[in-house]
Design a protein around this ligand. Sequence first.
Ligand SMILES: NC(=O)C1=CN([C@@H]2O[C@H](COP(=O)(O)OP(=O)(O)OC[C@H]3O[C@@H](n4cnc5c(N)ncnc54)[C@H](O)[C@@H]3O)[C@@H](O)[C@H]2O)C=CC1
Ligand SMILES: CC(=O)C(C)=O
Length: 261
Amino acid sequence: MYKDLKDKVVVITGASSGIGKAMAEAFGIEECKVVINYNSSKDKAEDVAAIVKKNGGDAITVQGDVSVEEDVVNIIQTAIDTFGGLDIMINNAGYEKATPSVEMSAEAFNNVMHINLTGAFVGSREACKHFIETGKKGNIINISSVHDVIPWPNYVNYASSKGGMKLMMETMSMEFAPKGIRINNISPGAIVTEHTKEKFSDDKTREETERMIPMGIIGEPHQVANVAIFLASENASYITGETIYVDGGMTKYPSFMGGKG
Ligand SMILES: NC(=O)C1=CN([C@@H]2O[C@H](COP(=O)(O)OP(=O)(O)OC[C@H]3O[C@@H](n4cnc5c(N)ncnc54)[C@H](O)[C@@H]3O)[C@@H](O)[C@H]2O)C=CC1
Ligand SMILES: CC(=O)C(C)=O
């Protein structure tokens, strides 16, 4: 456990499933007060809140679509009203759907940009406003993806949004570093969640994916959550503007592993 995290208020967007859920559970073990945002899965969010409380933390659930500016503002205001402030903002909500670029409407492109990038921007902006008003040295973690550096055909909206998250985070981290506010990204590789379970249960797809990972293993949500806990804690007090890849080596050019080329 990281003792400095006890009683810290953490907002996690898209926390009713997958990596967001694993992070909520982990911050519960740290005895944090966790605000679990969901868009449509109220029951699943309530289940996550129950686990956070069982783990030793406190929790509330808040509905909100992160692509809607007022909803993000409301999620953060609810955290402040309920728990008296905000210490850690985690922009995790994300969405992707394969579509060839020539078939992708501007609306479909913008929809993913609004959820993944603009949602994370508004969450970061509102958190920074609160940190500045209260003089708090809070911190922000964005859950990006290895596709912030690896191009992904048929997912141009997703890769653009994650690439954008990289420079958004780096820019904001410089803007707010003098105030002691730290902002970092975690970029997961292939992680098995409710969302990706079906894809990876297909032997061919799983084996193809494993071949792209030097460690040869698909990751699990808790492996991302463990890094989020570290980054949020004082143990990471000198880290800002960084992207930590939690990807079993996927971003390190695995096709060169044979030593040729
Ligand atoms: N699972 C994986 O292999 C990887 C996941 N990621 C990223 O991790 C983050 C979490 O994804 P997973 O846990 O894998 O999938 P997931 O689908 O379980 O989680 C995404 C969450 O975001 C929520 N969400 C989607 N649109 C929303 C909106 N408009 N407003 C509020 N919430 C919304 C969903 O309801 C869901 O709870 C995403 O940002 C994703 O891009 C990145 C790299 C790999
Ligand atoms: C969704 C995503 O970013 C991956 C790596 O699968």
